[in-house]
Design a protein around this ligand. Sequence first.
Ligand code: BEZ
Ligand code: FE
Length: 308
Amino acid sequence: MNHIGIGQKLISKVEDVTPVVLRAMAGGSDRRLRDLVTSLVSHLHQFVIETKPTEAEFEYGLRWIAALGHHTNDFNNEVVLAADVLGISTLIDLINNDGMQGETMSALLGPFYRGESPLCASGDCIARSATPGPALHFSGRVVDVDGTPIEGAALDVWQASPVGLYENQDETQEDFNLRGRFRTDAEGRFHFVSVKPAGYPVPTDGPVGDLLRAQKRMPMRPAHIHFIVSAPGHKTLITQIFADSHEALVGDVVFGAKQQIVGDFVRHDATDPAYPGAEPPFYTCHYEFRLVEGVSSMPVPPISGKKG
Ligand code: BEZ
Ligand code: FE
């Protein structure tokens, strides 16, 4: 349906455009969609009016957005990466997860969550192919905000290898290397073995890399392990536990590091009977995840497969 009235004059100057476009978008039965789109259009028009891009700049911008799509496939999601390096994902995260009820703070899902990771038994090692780096014994508990253990909570875990690549980016790693799913016991406890995470660069071979280079920004993420912690009747927690220096946390290219979710990674230089078979030097980390009551749901994985 055309919302431009019969008696209405045609657009002839810059100031005419926004009201005409907003009027054209005033229909539809989905109020939320209308509010979102009209606000987005108003801000975009204001941005264009303020910055007055040239036609060449506009074409470049459109090509950059199209390239986000061309660089998105089963094993890379450049659209998510763009939202991350622009700080939009962190804004959305903090608006929706303020941690005010005592729950563990969330962090970005990122572009490398695959879903469908192998189910593991407590204590299993998630390094499925030769993976360099010192071993890590990660243990913890899942509790509610009153400290009551949550039995049967699911933990979906994934991390990059110490050479800085997730298995989906790296043909030399086994399928689902450094990915696994665990369940808590009756006391809410879980435990797995892995390698100590290292910091890594986000992919820079696409349009996001072009932007970072133009801005002279380092593409680095601080070392971390991703977790999705879920249990019936509790809001699903999507988070990361960080293992890096303050400098690396502050320099996070996707603005995703938070103090509350920095883990205590302890180095062990001698064998320890509490960790049978662990060759020194190895690391341990213990973290307690606190879930708030709410709806349990899983995110849609941004990727589904592996390169190669
Ligand atoms: C990640 O932690 O996997 C990640 C997050 C945002 C952008 C790139 C990678
Ligand atoms: Fe990551």
